[in-house]
Design a protein around this ligand. Structure first.
Ligand code: ATP
Ligand code: BTN
Length: 255
């Protein structure tokens, strides 16, 4: 029930050395009746997660792990494409630090380094609410910074850290700009939806016109990735048809 402009101020900042997961922490804050415009940062997560129950790894000092809670006045449907819009805004912010970010549908931040593509970070958006009423959203961002060889060996895919690209970049400076960006993005997203970010997302999509495999559970589709539509759903050319995939449980990789 706060006035509109008060709703748009950061309300609390939790800075913790170790937590299970910053997303879990803020989901619990919402369960206790708080959470809106709260940010939680953790140096280390003991159960950091990605989508589909996969884990997010980051040792002491290796990365940035934080979440922001936001209560949307509209229902769950209105936040379609939110992770993608955040991907664009994080990419644009990192550009100001001299880093070129490519995006992978739906929620990965990639960089090209020494001619190879690496995962730099990811966004995990978790929602509680129904289609009609207000909904509570926790936006979690993980970004590799001083990502070492030991960290890399724990992953199945190729990863990079920001210090390989911008040595000495301050995590504190970056995290505070990331929070500012999100606080500016959320009210705008509530008004305009994903359409306002669609063209910029497509311009950064690494897989456009590349052969990809999409997987959902035990089902696989092979095709040529296109762009995303106004809802943030990915179009893939499969034989002569265009098939539309929506985020959720689907993952994409190069074929
Ligand atoms: P993808 O494998 O393309 O990321 P996805 O987006 O469906 O698919 P998620 O479940 O969102 O995957 O993310 C977890 C993935 O991220 C796992 O493959 C995991 O190995 C990888 N991963 C975990 N921690 C890191 C990290 N710090 N840097 C890069 N990748 C990581
Ligand atoms: C992805 O899999 O690409 C998304 C990873 C999201 C990781 C971040 S780290 C901060 C927040 N807390 C979590 O448990 N996950 C997200």
């Amino acid at each position: 029930d706060l006035p509109r402009d008060a709703r748009q101020q950061l309300s609390r900042l939790f800075v913790e050395s170790q937590l299970e997961s910053t997303n879990t922490f803020l989901l619990e804050r919402f369960a206790q009746g708080a959470g809106h415009a709260e940010v939680c940062v953790a140096e280390v997560q003991t159960a950091g997660r990605g989508r589909r129950g996969r884990s997010w790894h980051g040792s002491w000092g290796a990365g940035i792990h934080f979440s922001l809670g936001w209560c949307f006045e509209s229902g769950v449907a209105a936040i379609e494409g939110l992770s993608l819009a955040i991907g664009v805004s994080m990419a644009e912010l990192l550009q100001t630090f001299g880093v070129d970010i490519l995006l992978k549908w739906p929620n990965d931040l990639l960089v090209e380094h020494h001619g190879e593509i690496h995962k730099l970070g990811g966004i995990l958006t978790e929602v509680r609410g129904d289609m009609e009423g207000p909904c509570e959203v926790v936006i979690g961002i993980g970004l590799n910074v001083a990502f070492g060889e030991a960290d890399r060996q724990r992953l199945e895919q190729s990863a990079a850290g920001l210090h390989e690209l911008v040595p000495g970049l301050s995590r504190n400076a970056l995290i505070s700009s990331m929070i500012d960006e999100l606080m500016a993005l959320l009210p705008r997203f509530e008004r305009q939806g994903f359409g306002a970010w669609q063209a910029d997302w497509n311009a950064r999509h690494y897989y456009t016109n590349r052969a990809v495999v999409l997987q959902q559970g035990s089902r696989y589709w092979e095709g040529i990735a296109q762009g995303v539509n106004e809802q943030g759903n990915l179009a893939v050319r499969i034989d002569d048809r265009e098939v539309i995939f929506s985020g959720g449980e689907i993952s994409l990789r190069a074929s």
